[in-house]
Design a protein around this ligand. Sequence first.
Ligand code: BG6
Ligand code: MG
Length: 214
Amino acid sequence: MIKGFLFDLDGVIVDTAKYHFLAWKRLADELSIPFSENDNERLKGVSRMRSLDIILELGSLNLSEPVKEELASKKNAWYVEYITNMTPDEILPGALEFIQQAKTKDIKIGLGSASKNAMTILERLKITNYFDAIISGNEVSKAKPDPEVFLKGAEALELAPEECLVFEDAKAGVEAAVNGRMKCVGIGSKDVLGAADAVVEGLAAISVTAALNV
Ligand code: BG6
Ligand code: MG
């Protein structure tokens, strides 16, 4: 029986991909690497350092670890500038209502995000208090599709993995849920998220009751 929901953040509760794109694009331009919105799709759900590696691959650039750390920090400083101005209006349609509905049914609410900026984003959206557990990129050492982030989320909610349902928009995230023996609702397209137990366009398209029955 499902007793807890574990939400990915970026792409499920809020669309931060546009801010990641602006910051990565600024860095790519500085490095004279061609980087399009289409390329940005490959960075969804992927950790900051892996995202940088993908961009450097696009430019066939091979850089040392210290230089890469510097570039990633630079990108993050720009990204933080962009998300600092976020407001609750940017919560994706239906997400807040879905979480509120779950709360009325005593379902525990957890966050399982790869982002080290997850807390800042939740604060800006004014939704931190809805979460019984928050696992962000600062608490994990293995990136999705490793299930670590969701297993830690389940543990923090004091639930077994089988009692948790994950909501994910990235292929690697759906795989992380499956690898953690958790059911998963994919947010996006069936073509990409076929491994999920159900796929919907967004949280506005599914009720808590329907989610509990996937
Ligand atoms: C994920 C995003 O949630 O977080 C990725 O989908 C991003 O695009 C990753 O790279 C890491 O984010 P941050 O904020 O730690 O750089
Ligand atoms: Mg995501």
